[in-house]
Design a protein around this ligand. Structure first.
Ligand SMILES: *[C@@H]1O[C@H](CO)[C@@H](O)[C@H](O)[C@H]1NC(C)=O
Ligand SMILES: *[C@@H]1O[C@H](CO)[C@@H](O)[C@H](O)[C@H]1NC(C)=O
Length: 250
């Protein structure tokens, strides 16, 4: 990364002569697709993310998303804020962002998605950090989802009914916890997903045919829907920091 392309162009022929198997010497490097600085300011947020969902401002719940409810209050932290309005169609104003880039696990490749979260777990609050197919649904991989029970959920969809889902107890929800999903090409077609919570591998799931499928990354604070009802009146916060997306694709 530190060398200029001129260095490589000038040096490559000599290395190739010196080394019996040059392709093994040039192991690929990780490339950072979204850097940890993405929530440093409103302008860095806007560099990597759009407001709301890729398809609009609502999704399977009782919140309507507004850009005013997805804010950088403290440098480094994105705050999604659900505010009860009592409106009849959508009783909460809330916040959602999605990455401007699409993400694809290519053959022999992979992607890492990580962030630290303070996520609400009360009944009727439904924060999530998830991947959705660009061209169809599914694919869906829920890197982390909290469905109003006190648990955190890790899920992979092959079809709308073939879903691998795991709920585990989510400790001390008012503190930050680190989630990491490692997606890797398993056999040129399926993708293996390792889900980590606070550095511990919690589960491994497989997504059928996910290699080569472009994905959207969504961070939303939906209300009610799959998290039950009634949701809390007043204001609910979902905070995210240190988000990073790294490509391991060749
Ligand atoms: C990958 O493995 C799955 C079973 O896990 C199998 O159905 C599929 O045919 C395999 N694909 C390739 C390209 O080997
Ligand atoms: C999804 O497909 C993968 C790969 O074929 C398989 O290993 C996994 O068990 C499937 N999941 C479900 C819930 O059927």
């Amino acid at each position: 990364m530190m060398y200029s392309s001129t260095f490589f162009l000038a040096t490559l022929p000599y290395l190739a002569l010196a080394l019996p198997s040059p392709e093994n010497q040039f192991t690929k490097r990780d490339s950072i697709l979204i850097p940890k600085s993405c929530f440093d300011s409103t302008s860095s947020l806007a560099e990597y993310f759009n407001y709301n969902y890729p398809w609009g401002d609502t999704h399977n719940g009782a919140a309507i998303m507004k850009s005013s409810n997805a804010v950088i209050k403290t440098a480094g932290t994105l705050t999604l804020e659900a505010v009860y309005t009592g409106a009849s169609d959508y009783a909460w104003d809330s916040g959602t962002v999605y990455a401007k880039q699409h993400f694809t696990v290519t053959k022999s490749g992979g992607l890492d998605f990580t962030a630290d979260f303070i996520a609400p777990v009360a009944k009727g609050t439904w924060p999530a950090f998830w991947l959705n197919g660009v061209n169809s649904w599914p694919p869906e991989v829920d890197i982390a989802e909290w469905m109003g029970t006190g648990d955190i959920s890790f899920n992979t969809f092959n079809t709308s009914s073939a879903v691998e889902a795991l709920n585990v107890k989510y400790p001390s929800p008012t503190e930050f916890h680190t989630v990491l999903a490692e997606l890797r090409d398993e056999n040129g077609s399926d993708v293996k997903v390792n889900f980590y919570l606070d550095g511990t591998l919690v589960t491994t799931q497989y997504a059928k045919g996910l290699v080569g499928q472009p994905l959207e990354l969504i961070i939303d604070l939906q209300m009610e829907g799959s998290s039950g009802s009634p949701g809390p009146t007043g204001t609910t916060l979902y905070e995210i920091k240190n988000l990073e997306v790294v490509s391991k694709n060749p």
